[in-house]
Design a binder for this molecule. Sequence first.
Ligand SMILES: *Cc1c(COP(=O)(O)O)cnc(C)c1O
Length: 415
Amino acid sequence: MADLPFLPYGRQSVEEEDVAAVTAVLRGDWLTQGPAVAGFERALAARVGAADAVSCANGTAALRLAYAALGIGPGDAVVVPSNTFLATASAARHAGAEVAFADVDPDSGLMGVAEAEAAIARARNAGWRVRALAPVHYAGQTAPMDGLAALAQAEGLALVEDACHAIGTAYSSGGDLSEGAERPVGAGWPEVEVGSLTVFSFHPVKTIAAGEGGAVTGNDPALMARVRRLCNHGMMREPGPGEGFADPDAALDAEGNANPWYYEMAEPGFNHRLSDIHAALVLSQLGRLDRFVERRARLMALYAERLGPLAPLVRPPALVPWCRPAWHLCAARIDFAAAGRTRSAVMAALRALGVGTQVHYIPVHRQPYWRRRYGDLALPGAMSHYAQTLSLPLFPAMADGDVDRVAAALERVLS
Ligand SMILES: *Cc1c(COP(=O)(O)O)cnc(C)c1O
């Protein structure tokens, strides 16, 4: 095994057509906010079935923009499952809001309706004004969105879906995944009247890569216009409604059109823009999304087969019936106690056999910052998920035989 190449837990797939797309930008007129950015935003919106997409610097910036565009701020709270990457919670805190950490199902790692309701109740007890639910589509499977969208609508909350793991995933009501019945992640939930936005990341370990990149998708024109404005310093090129001009003489020419140098700012924004260089790469990658998703599904099916004999010590990820996942992670469940090995020893032994693994995630509510702020919350589902989770190699360039290699290494290490 030692002479075989090391298998990382995840890795980008860059091909010659990606290189050509990026090179073309470097030879062209725009390095930032040119035709590749506009083209990517159109293609992404079309792919996920949303009216609009705003690209941005990374998934964290996308979360920050989504919370800001919804007007979330001090005194407000956002419900965030504890089984996620730091950014889902930190971005809410940067907006000035509190984070109401929710528990997750210990097997799927997903926040359900009961867990969200419990977090809402705790937040209201603390005197916070709950403004949004931020379900995380962990590993590529979605949270139960019919229930969460209904809860958001009933409670007057916005919905910010953290879909950094789930580009290409299709959601369905009642398990019906036939053509027309499914809803791509990113299409949003127009029935949630306060607002519904979906956030993506194009970090290289995610399903499609920009290098660094992210996006917000949505359907409400006013909300998406605010996302777009906030992404670019809060600037508008045209005089905005009712706010007064920055310079009345500069605002309009004799024909009543905005002068070419005119801009105004109604609220302070960020520079969270995506460059055309990164957009060219991710646009090229988006063209292969279906192939990536298919390959990841095939590898996951092989994992289910090959890990079968290792049960109950090792179990593949728990499947939920309400989506067709574009798998981002193969988050296996391992009973380390029953195997008599610590996770640290298992990871080291796998590494020595050329198999990279990772842990997704240390529950965010256990981070020192949040413990200082909120004390020790009891979220047993998140702790139980954390205790057993280990992400195994999963990326499109893996060969079928690599899955055998991982399964054999696991068997050797755990027996
Ligand atoms: C990757 C990730 C983010 C942050 O995305 P970046 O592009 O790395 O900023 C946020 N949430 C989740 C669930 C992620 O996996």
